[in-house]
Design a protein around this ligand. Structure first.
Ligand code: FES
Length: 112
């Protein structure tokens, strides 16, 4: 299996590079390393707490978001043009070197 290295950029500017096996989602990786990414709906596109902001330079490397993902992102706090749901981004070998900004806050849309 190939490996993918992802750099998380925390709200305070600290960078954290992590290498993992390809195939996991950003949310799964975040949980694996104990990052504060809630993922309240466990990847069912119903909460937006897994919101990440993809670095401008990397955004085009990602496959396009589905309509459902776009709809949930519309409800995310601090939405940007390069926002994605961490539970929907699968780390493929093509995404090696991906840089992701962790938003300062997320909004849990479950129960609304
Ligand atoms: S974990 Fe809830 S939308 Fe991604």
């Amino acid at each position: 299996m190939s490996q993918v290295t992802v750099t998380f950029i925390h709200a305070d500017g600290k960078e954290q590079a992590v290498t993992t096996e390809a195939g996991a989602t950003v949310l799964q990786l975040a949980h694996e390393i104990g990052l504060e990414m809630e993922g309240a709906c466990e990847g069912n596109m119903a909460c937006s707490t897994c919101h990440v902001i993809v670095d401008d330079a990397d955004f085009d490397k990602l496959p396009e978001a589905s309509e459902e993902e776009e709809e949930m992102l519309d409800l995310a706090l601090g939405l940007t043009a390069t926002s994605r749901l961490g539970c929907q981004v699968v780390l493929t070998p093509e995404l090696d070197g991906l840089r992701l900004h962790i938003p300062q806050a997320t909004r849990n849309m479950m129960g609304f």
